[in-house]
Design a protein around this ligand. Structure first.
Ligand code: TRP
Length: 337
């Protein structure tokens, strides 16, 4: 792995079971591309998942499942570092220093926290949910990441990371790389098939609006065929007036690496049904090998766990060095034991 490459780091929560088309086309596909040009670190953020109640067995299974799907998507442990957050204890250790650098008001202004805690009420909101963004700051700064590929909804957390890095560097001397957000391309934003004004999302969409990559091919074909479309009959990319058809065109274009204008031409004079039938087949054909690869990893948990152990070892080498420096900078007495 060439060290002169810029470093990227990102994380995905192990809470969603199957990845859906939105996760894949909106994020994971870019992660796969970035391993060719960057020194890339990708993790399953199981500690972040604990901010909401989790069933222990389900959490463990979902952590393996998320890792298996990342590998099935094309992340190659020879070309990037794939690991599980809790396997690298430095995350929680640095997080404490970061908590002590973060203002209470500053953390209170995080919109994701405000939304989630407003929904649950303060009594059911854990302190962990409040400090979630600060753990994310530690995740990023530990690896001296130059860029953080995330969706638009994470912009505020990256901004917090930059502010805290600058504050720490100002107070204690240059310690952390100040990262840039790398907001994933708008074209790959995938919407709910039943409500194309909303992002495709496990927590917010109805099951019929989300195409799970691990679904049976028949089930995903059915969801695509019953996607909500717009009035009229022409197949043109017009997100404002034709959000449903535009969403289907985006999915088609990204999965087949075809330009939208080319698709518009291909479907000129044809009805919505033709596009849906083709797309249903494209998605099923694309998802079949993904499902097989995921299943292979899950059927052989020893191999999967050993890939993750190697990933954690590589990650820890970087994280431990940063943590030691940060401990030293703030004046913690080194332990001789
Ligand atoms: N909060 C991120 C999300 O919900 C997940 C995450 C945790 C993350 N730690 C990170 C993303 C570090 C990027 C970098 O999507």
């Amino acid at each position: 792995m060439a060290n002169d490459r810029p470093r990227v780091l990102s994380g995905i929560q192990p809470t969603s079971g199957s990845f859906h088309l939105g996760n894949y086309l909106g994020a994971v596909r870019q992660w796969v591309a970035l391993q060719e040009t960057h020194d890339a670190f990708y993790m399953v953020v199981d500690l972040h998942a604990l901010t909401l109640p989790q069933d222990p067995k389900a959490l463990r299974d979902n952590t393996r499942l998320a890792a298996a799907q990342l590998l099935a998507s094309g992340l190659d442990p020879e070309r990037c570092t794939v690991f599980v957050q809790s396997h690298v204890p430095e995350h929680t250790q640095l997080s404490w220093l970061m908590e002590c650098m973060t203002g209470f008001g500053e953390a209170s202004r995080m919109t994701q926290f405000k939304d989630k805690s407003a929904k649950q009420g303060t009594d059911r909101t854990s302190v962990g949910l409040f400090t979630y963004p600060v753990l994310q700051v530690a995740d990023i700064l530990l690896y001296q990441a130059n860029q953080v590929p995330v969706g638009e909804d994470q912009r505020q957390h990256i901004e917090l990371t930059r502010n805290i890095a600058e504050r720490f560097n100002g107070r204690y001397g240059n310690t952390f790389t100040v990262p840039e957000p790398y907001i994933l391309r708008e074209t790959a934003k995938i919407y709910d098939l039943q409500d194309p004004s909303a992002k495709m999302s496990k927590s917010a969409s109805s099951p019929k609006g989300v195409v799970d990559l691990l679904d049976e091919p028949k089930a995903s074909a059915k969801k695509i065929k019953s996607a909500v479309t717009d009035t009229g009959s022409e197949i043109v990319f017009d997100p404002e007036n034709k959000p449903g058809i535009s969403n289907l065109l985006t999915i088609h274009a990204t999965l087949t690496n075809t330009g939208i204008p080319e698709l518009e031409q291909k479907y000129a004079g044809k009805g919505y049904g033709a596009l849906k039938t083709d797309l249903a087949e494209i998605v099923s054909e694309w998802a079949a090998p993904f499902r097989d690869r995921t299943r292979d990893f899950l059927d052989d948990p020893e191999t999967l766990d050993s890939i993750l152990a190697k990933g954690a070892e590589k990650a820890r080498a970087v994280a431990a060095e940063t943590l030691a420096q940060a401990y030293d900078r703030v004046g913690l007495l080194p332990s001789k034991h």
